[in-house]
Design a protein around this ligand. Structure first.
Ligand code: 6GU
Length: 241
């Protein structure tokens, strides 16, 4: 998969050279390029923004500059990702879908956002455009959201995770539940003991305990996720929890 990120702060994306994403790039499992939007400006001051039409606070990013950048980067089959707090919420489902796209172009807005005609123009031209929010709070721009999207998508690329089993039982996975609590050595730490069942070697009992803990934790922390479960997602033992 290829990802092009466009921003006025390319240095903000430096973490894409580290850890899981950095390793995936080195191994050729992911191709990431970060571009400076100002490379597509044409004036001496390299202006990317202007006052909002209709008045109001802040500045809006100009469609002409974005249009030149995106015309250069989009090709047949690219998906345009536009991080914005007014977008649809980015979930593991979105990450799974984007992981199957060959080419993502991520357009990071700053200020009050990007002129709305940019998304409209590319949709009209047949480009898939996803305006995505990473949660219900406001950031200074789309760069952190771009980091979130690239990392969530990168770890789903074949070969990126050392142990693909890590994808099987994780929070927000197919079960629709949060993950159960995890423990390692030592068995006793500061007076706190690892739950005995995990030392029992009884695989069926361990699996049942983990399922119960995942359900209890999800019900307490994320009742919205329990409400959204498919009717047959719960077995008879689950209902007793
Ligand atoms: Cl994608 N952008 C900005 N600026 N703020 C956000 C966001 C995105 N998602 C949540 N808050």
């Amino acid at each position: 998969m290829r990802v092009d990120v466009v921003t006025i702060f390319p240095e903000y994306l430096a973490p894409l050279g580290l850890s899981l994403v950095g390793r995936a790039r080195e191994q050729g499992l992911l191709d990431v390029a970060v571009h400076d939007l100002r490379d597509w400006t044409s004036d001496r001051h390299r202006t990317v923004d202007d006052a909002p039409m209709g008045g109001g606070a802040g500045m809006v990013m100009r469609p002409d500059v974005w249009g030149r950048a995106l015309d250069d980067l989009l090709t047949d089959g690219s998906e345009l990702v536009m991080p914005t707090p007014s977008g649809e919420v980015f979930t593991q489902r979105t990450a799974e879908r984007l992981a199957g796209v060959d080419h993502l172009v991520i357009a990071c807005g700053r200020y009050e956002g990007i002129d709305a005609r940019v998304a409209e123009h590319y949709r009209t031209r047949g480009v898939r455009v996803s305006e995505l929010s990473i949660g219900d709070y406001v950031l200074g721009g789309g760069e952190v959201a771009a980091l979130v999207v690239v990392e969530a998508v990168a770890r789903l690329q074949p070969g990126v995770l050392g142990n693909p089993e890590s994808l099987v039982e994780e929070s927000h996975g197919s079960a629709g539940l949060l993950e159960y609590p995890v423990y390692t050595r030592p068995p006793s730490w500061r007076g706190l003991d690892v739950p005995e069942v995990l030392l029992s070697g009884h695989h069926a009992r361990i699996a049942r305990w983990r399922r119960d803990m995942a359900l209890e934790r999800t019900a307490r922390r994320r009742p919205d996720l329990v409400a959204g479960l498919e009717p047959d997602a719960l077995d008879a033992a689950d209902r007793a929890v």
